[in-house]
Design a protein around this ligand. Structure first.
Ligand code: NAD
Length: 470
């Protein structure tokens, strides 16, 4: 069994205890993971603060070169990392799964390396010169979830490091191993202390989020935890990026030719077994076409192989952990009890592993928990609507606003309607696709700030204006 280690100040940091990371496909132990502590967070913050003084001062070209070297290392170790993701998180080797996650990690690192922040000259005349500069915010605390653990770690740490910040990252205790390995690789090319990793749960996370030595928190996870993190960070007025939960609606316009859209609709709902923040989680279909869409979508889903992600024939893996499996099971039980129709799936199969079948639920209403809450699993409720206006209102009725989509024959009509969705990204005839140059973030309770491109880079900086009288 491979052993994993925390990294603090460029060195392995020993821990007194470990905890087991389980493979969700068969509940075997993937590895014993070193257990971080609040004292180790303190040590990591000291190391990151020390490194900040030198790293923030190195020439920009050097930071670009180092990030490209990190991308090289991710690519070189692609297979090991992709298999580790499947074993600790569950997503498949085939389809848009673990290989997409590692390929994306390298690609996002390279794109982040290529970005540039430029000074802005506001005044330059006989009276004086005013220039606005971007300076690295300082030491960044990163807290990540378990659904896309390595890719989200990359989204947090690469822009921070690119602009001259240093980082202490705390991965989810469900999926810490890929981050431990990533940080180990990064330390092969980065100076000691630029990136440090400490594992742990809420206690360790709270300590990081409230630590006076942390200048900014970047957090991806649930809304409930995001609110706690924001409260804790208020003590020292930390800068924040919050990427939180969503409950994305998709609206199929009346008369849509659904057959050519089924594949995109499927991945929009079920990429990573539905455990994706910006997955389609409520599908609104016009009453005249409702039965046709329900039937065709369920038939499409029924053909998709679900099983151990290491088997290349499978396209959907297990739910990532028992806690999430229990939540998903409860949502479906509640919908069933409220009179919804389970068209496909809905019963956990016997045997080991946290498997839940692809589940399509019809005759759902907006007051059911499976519609109004984020189910975050391989379950899609399909909801009937009468008019497009009503569907838009219902799509916008929740406190969340991460993504949304409109599906239809006329791309222009769909695009106009998409702009009326209250969300950070509105898609047309697709859902959930991301681009490293397209800013991504949520509105309402789905988050604060954006990631990617120069807008994302700016989130790791503060503005300093230098105003010179001549
Ligand atoms: P979670 O909120 O339970 O945990 C996220 C992280 O916070 C973990 O590392 C956890 O250990 C840590 N944590 C827990 N309690 C803490 C506390 N009190 N203080 C500080 N840290 C604490 O979320 P999860 O279950 O790991 O992830 C699923 C959620 O993340 C879903 O709601 C999903 O929509 C959301 N998500 C959002 C995005 C996005 O970009 N908007 C991306 C991925 C996931």
């Amino acid at each position: 069994m491979t052993s994993y280690t925390l990294t603090i100040g460029g060195k392995p940091a020993p821990t007194a205890t470990t905890f087991n990371v389980l493979n969700p496909a068969d509940e075997t132990v993937v590895a014993a993971c070193p257990q971080g502590t609040i004292e180790l967070i303190d040590a990591a913050v000291v190391a990151a603060r020390r490194a900040f003084h030198t790293w923030s001062a190195v020439p920009d070209a050097e930071r670009v070169a180092k990030l490209n070297a990190v991308a090289d290392l991710i690519e070189k170790n692609h297979q090991e990392l992709a298999e580790l993701i499947t074993r600790e998180q569950g997503k498949t080797q085939s389809g848009p799964g673990a290989n997409l996650e590692i390929g994306g990690a390298a690609a996002w690192t390279r794109v982040t390396a290529s970005l540039k922040l430029t000074d802005e000259t506001i005044q330059d005349d006989k009276a004086g010169k005013i220039v606005s500069h971007r300076k690295p915010v300082g030491v960044v605390g990163s807290i990540t979830p378990w659904n896309w653990p390595l890719l989200i770690a990359v989204w947090h740490v690469m822009p921070a490091i690119r602009v001259g910040c240093t980082v202490v990252i705390k991965p989810s205790p469900f999926t810490p191993l890929s981050t431990l390995r990533l940080v180990e690789l990064m330390n092969q090319v980065l100076p000691p202390g630029v990136i440090n990793v400490v594992t742990g749960g809420p206690e360790v996370g709270t300590h990081l989020a409230t630590h006076p030595g942390i200048d900014k928190i970047v957090f991806t996870g649930s809304i409930a935890t995001g609110k706690k993190v924001m409260g804790g960070a208020a003590q020292t007025l930390k800068r924040m990026t919050l990427e939180l939960g969503g409950n994305d609606a998709g609206i199929v316009l009346p008369g849509t030719n659904i057959d050519p859209l089924l594949e995109k609709l499927f991945w929009g709902c079920f990429i990573n077994a539905g455990q994706t923040c910006a997955a389609l989680k409520r599908l609104y279909v016009h009453e005249d076409q409702y039965e046709e869409v329900v039937r065709k979508f369920a038939e499409y889903c029924a053909k998709i192989p679900v099983g151990n992600g290491l088997d290349p024939q499978n396209l959907i893996g297990p739910v990532s952990n028992r806690m999430q499996l229990d939540k998903v099971t409860a949502y479906v039980a509640d919908a069933r009890a409220q009179g919804a129709r389970i068209v496909l799936g809905g019963e956990k199969p016997a045997g080991p592993g946290f498997f839940y079948p692809l589940t399509v639920i019809a005759d759902t209403t907006d007051d059911m928990r499976v519609v109004k809450e984020e189910q975050f699993g391989p379950v899609i409720p399909i909801v009937k609507y009468k008019t497009v206006e009503e569907a838009i209102t219902r799509a916008n009725s929740l406190e969340v606003g991460l993504g949304g989509s409109i599906w239809g024959n006329d791309a222009q009509e769909a695009t106009e309607l998409a702009s009326r969705l209250e969300c950070g990204t509105a898609w047309v005839n697709q859902h959930g696709t991301l681009h490293p140059m397209a800013p991504f973030g949520g509105v309402k309770c789905s988050g604060i700030g954006v990631e990617f491109n120069v807008d994302g880079l700016k989130e790791y900086t503060t503005v300093q204006v230098v105003n010179v009288a001549l």
